[in-house]
Write a protein that binds this ligand. Structure first.
Ligand code: SF4
Length: 493
């Protein structure tokens, strides 16, 4: 089997960082695949397949590890006069590429590159440049290069309107303008890059953008265990700035007075490892809450391709909520909603929600911008529920505030104020408040993935996953109850 030394993904990775290309070829075992998002890959495939329907009678070249087989099948399709070919594959001097959808015209070809995002990013132009360059060298007249993305303002109404759902952007000029850089980089990769010597490349902003690099752990292995890249709420630019000044460890930063004072108070608490309890601010904060309190948490899913009316690509769509009601005397009541899979649950969920939270009640969320966004969308889509939903929206308070403002800080939070960091810091020994003790679903992204997979599960699996989802979401609101109690207790400590 021929191993082509450059493919379009390898080329794009080389543009991001030469060392990344080198690592892919020489030390791929060092790659940390936690940077890969399985859901993103699945979405990409789903969108790619749907985009093929924009064209008539698309002939698909099946994926094979044997790239020659793909190339031969493409030639066969061209010989048979097929007009649209998906995954049309070519190679020229060891450079391989598969075009998402190739249109073969009498006087040349049109490249259609499909992306599941909602805008044309710069990195797509490198991809387009590589494809058009290699195809041109292979003797094809590349007439046009299109990038097909999702249209974020498309709102589904009835059947999917593919011509509205997708946006087609002609990037021919931008792609051709980059041909010289493509040529230079390809030449460097094939002639100058010595695969026996690890490139001397330092970490920089390209380690994070356009894609997070899976070799970051390898490239920063010389840093101490507690290093500046672990600092929370400090942006990448500031971290790289410190790195370039030779400040690697927490103590390096503390000792460097200029940097340290510039980053105060963002990193001070993390570095000095203080415990902070600002009783005055916390007291002011908790006095705003009026019992009974309605602790609310949604789980949502984002569909690239809107499955129901009134939905846009990637709109946050709720499928579950948990609601703990806490009375002034400490009594707790729990309500919850979890949609069955395979139907548009939004109306049912919104109706249940306004029945569960009476008008004027004080609702509580952790990072309420998210919950408010979901409620606002529901209110927009169901005008007859707008009054009640707006009432919940207006009466919501955010339990994250004391932690975000460092009125309550514990070193175990490691600079983070997410509930997943705050909870174990506040209740280190409480088994019932540890997400790790949950079965199956322990994080929001896992909840979303589990709900997405439900339609393909057996009844038994579904029931199991439903139980896991209910337990997970319930812990989110129970955690809020306990955090609130901790805050109130802290005032009198
Ligand atoms: S971590 Fe940064 S320097 Fe290392 S290979 Fe990746 S992008 Fe290049």
């Amino acid at each position: 089997m021929i191993d082509f030394n450059v493919s379009k993904s390898r080329y794009v990775r080389a543009v991001q960082c030469i060392k990344m290309y080198w690592m892919d070829r020489v030390k791929p075992e060092e790659f940390d695949d936690s940077v890969m998002d399985e859901a993103v890959l699945e979405t990409g495939n789903e969108v790619g397949e749907l985009a093929q329907k924009l064209f008539d009678n698309v002939s698909v070249v099946e994926y094979s590890d044997d790239k020659l087989q793909m190339i031969n099948r493409t030639s066969e399709y061209i010989r048979l006069g097929k007009r649209y070919i998906a995954e049309a594959s070519f190679a020229y001097k060891g450079r391989f590429l598969s075009v998402d959808i190739l249109e073969v015209c009498d006087d040349g070809v049109i490249i259609n590159e499909v992306k599941s995002s909602t805008s044309v990013k710069d990195v797509y132009l490198d991809d387009a440049a590589y494809q058009s360059y290699v195809l041109s060298l292979s003797g094809f007249n590349v007439k046009r290069v299109n990038v097909i993305t999702l249209n974020s303002s498309y709102v589904r109404k009835g059947e999917l309107d593919l011509t509205q759902l997708f946006s087609v952007t002609d990037v021919t000029c931008q792609a051709f303008l980059r041909h010289q850089s493509v040529e230079q980089l390809l030449e460097f990769l094939s002639q100058d890059l010595d695969l026996t010597v690890e490139p001397d490349v330092s970490v920089a902003d390209y380690c994070f953008s356009p894609y997070p690099c899976g070799y970051f752990g390898y490239c920063t292995r010389h840093l101490p265990e507690e290093n500046i890249f672990m600092l929370k709420n400090v942006n990448k630019k500031n971290k790289l700035d410190m790195y370039n000044r030779g400040l690697y460890s927490f103590s390096d930063v503390i000792n460097e007075r200029v940097v340290f004072s510039r980053l105060r108070p963002v990193v001070k608490d993390q570095l000095l490892k203080e415990k902070i309890i600002d009783k005055k601010e916390i007291g002011r904060f908790v006095s705003k809450f009026r019992y009974p309190l309605y602790y609310l948490d949604f789980e949502t899913i984002q569909y690239a391709i809107p499955p129901y009316d009134g939905m846009k690509p990637y709109q946050q769509t709720p499928f579950q909520y948990s609601l703990h009601i806490e009375y002034e005397d400490g009594r707790l009541e729990h309500k919850e909603y979890l949609a069955s899979d395979g139907f548009d649950c939004r109306e049912q969920l919104a109706t249940r929600l306004v029945n569960d939270i009476p008008k004027g009640a004080c609702s509580v969320a952790y990072n309420m911008a998210f919950e408010k966004g979901v409620i606002r969308d529901l209110a927009d889509y169901f005008p007859y529920l707008r009054d009640e939903l707006t009432d919940i929206y207006d009466n919501m308070l955010d339990l994250m505030i004391p932690f975000k403002n460092h009125w309550y800080y514990d070193k175990e939070m490691q600079g983070s104020y997410s509930i997943k960091a705050v909870l174990p810091a506040l209740f280190p020994d409480d088994y019932t408040l540890d997400y790790e003790n949950l079965e199956g679903v322990k994080r929001g992204d896992q909840a979303m993935a589990a709900f997405r997979k439900m339609p393909s599960m057996s009844e038994e699996e579904k029931q199991q996953v439903r139980n896991q989802l209910l337990e997970y979401c319930k812990l989110d609101t129970y955690a809020m109850v306990m955090i609130m109690r901790k805050l109130k207790g802290a005032i009198y400590e």
